[in-house]
Design a protein around this ligand. Structure first.
Ligand SMILES: Cc1cc2nc3c(=O)[nH]c(=O)nc-3n(C[C@H](O)[C@H](O)[C@H](O)COP(=O)(O)OP(=O)(O)OC[C@H]3O[C@@H](n4cnc5c(N)ncnc54)[C@H](O)[C@@H]3O)c2cc1C
Length: 430
């Protein structure tokens, strides 16, 4: 019998979870509070470990109009002329068999929604219920109450409801939310045409398929930009001290409107050629960078949280959605078509999933969040690059399930833990 799966949230991790579980033959209903009338978000970089998961979900990269990435460049904020101070990059397709690329969140979302609901896909198509916010969850029974007061019950409930998750409190039995770190990021997209038409911005248009960092004098300040939607748009993220005052709830709003003038003011110490870019910003959104420690658990009874709901992190390593997608691949592998629906099996599989995912994600989250703790950032290169980009989440989970089944139904105790080899000198400072 297929499992009845409830997913709360049709963001990137929620839709990907739907695809992974329909592929296993399960019946998936996804409840989403928004009606998706506007395009949400800017661009996201998809590293090889994310693209490995997406390929496994049947994703056709050509449908998403990604921008390819071949190098990362670093410029100094006071350099008005000249090229980058540092260039690095790996040919990820050759080394990891999956590319590094950049795409607009709305384009990724659209393709995941298509794959989740496609009548010709593997397994029963998911049903997405828009405008259906979840207002209560019984984690042991596997039931959720919707905003119209109706109650739906499943064998497995997945909270994929993002950084300001409602499901988190139900899974934890207490309220633990990420807090404003004092840092924020302006997010802007600019038509690439406008860049190409401006001679002052030739340092961008001469070599567009790159991720460019313009590092400020403080470790907590940088502008990063890269193309997306083919090369139609340039995506900008500008991290800085967020001087706003307000309640935690105001400061946790992930899409607060801002202005080009505020952006310009925060980066007034940057050389004119960078400010020329800032001046092209029309719609500026201010994302707060929220910070927290590892949660005590991600699972409870028949219910789990994943993606940003469980482990939102700073964007510096570009691993936020990648970690969510890895969660999804591992979860799909642990719930194959023959999975019994009794409480013991579901809850122990979820604990096995958590035991595989949490050590890896927590280390990557800790490295990503260093900046929020006033520590210098770490770039993804060398052994750390191999550990992050070379990881195959689905394979790890399949092996863990096989190992646990050969020694009895999976438990936290008998499941293997994955290791992320971070250099000891780095761990010492985490
Ligand atoms: C500045 C910045 C740059 C970033 N850059 C990158 C990058 O380069 N690479 C990367 O991998 N990641 C990046 N990220 C992180 C990435 O955007 C997130 O990790 C990712 O979008 C989270 O996906 P999610 O599905 O967990 O949550 P979301 O995409 O937030 O989806 C949650 C969904 O749940 C819905 N929802 C909420 N509450 C309810 C409810 N009660 N009932 C029903 N539905 C509900 C919401 O409406 C939403 O649709 C960046 C983040 C920031 C802040």
């Amino acid at each position: 019998m297929p499992l009845q799966v409830i997913i709360v949230g049709a963001g990137l991790a929620g839709l990907a979870s739907g695809i992974a579980l329909r592929k296993q033959g399960h019946i998936v209903n996804i409840y989403e509070k928004s009606k998706f009338t506007t395009e949400i978000g800017a661009a996201i970089s998809l590293s090889p470990n994310a693209n490995r998961v997406l390929a496994g979900l049947g994703w056709d990269i050509k449908r998403v109009n990604v921008a390819s990435h071949h190098a990362t460049k670093s410029f100094l904020s006071d350099a008005q002329e000249g090229g980058p101070a540092m260039v690095n990059g790996t040919n990820c397709q050759d080394v990891y068999e999956h590319p590094m690329c950049m795409a607009h969140r709305a384009d990724i979302h659209k393709e995941l929604a298509r794959l989740a609901t496609d009548m010709d896909g593997i397994g029963p198509p998911c049903t997405i219920h828009l405008g259906s916010g979840v207002i209560h969850c019984d984690v042991a029974k596997g039931s959720v109450t919707l905003s119209d007061q109706s109650v739906v019950r499943g064998d497995l409930v997945i909270g994929a409801d993002g950084i300001n998750s409602f499901m988190r409190e139900h899974v934890l039995g207490q309220k633990i939310d990420p807090q404003p770190s004092g840092l924020g990021a302006y997010r802007v997209v600019i038509p690439f045409e406008e860049i190409a038409n401006n001679p002052e911005l030739s340092y961008i248009s001469d070599d567009p398929d790159t991720v460019v960092f313009v590092r400020g004098k403080e470790i907590t300040k940088y502008i990063v930009f890269y193309p997306c939607r083919g090369r139609e748009l340039l995506n900008i993220v500008a991290v800085h001290q967020d001087k706003r005052r307000g309640t935690v709830s105001d400061l946790s709003n992930i899409s607060a409107p801002s202005t080009m003038e505020a952006f310009l003011d925060s980066f007034s110490d940057y050389a004119p050629r960078y400010l020329e870019l800032v001046k092209l910003s029309k719609k500026v959104v201010l994302w707060p960078l929220l910070i927290w420690d590892e949660l005590p658990t991600w699972t409870n009874g028949r219910t789990c949280i994943l993606g940003d709901a469980a482990h939102a992190m700073f964007p510096i390593l570009g691993q936020g959605i990648s970690m969510g997608l890895e969660d999804v691949a591992a979860l799909g592998a642990l719930f194959p078509p023959d999975t019994p629906s009794d409480f013991e099996t579901i809850s122990s599989r979820l604990r096995l999933w958590e035991s595989i995912r949490k050590p890896r994600v927590t280390k990557i989250q800790s490295i990503s969040n260093r900046m929020g703790r006033g520590l210098p950032g770490i770039t993804v290169s060398g052994e750390l690059e191999t550990e992050i980009y070379g990881y195959d989440a689905e394979r790890e989970a399949r092996m863990a399930l096989e190992a646990s089944q050969s020694s009895g139904e999976p438990t936290v105790e008998n499941s293997p833990r994955t290791q992320l080899d971070v250099p000891p000198q780095l761990l010492a400072s985490l």
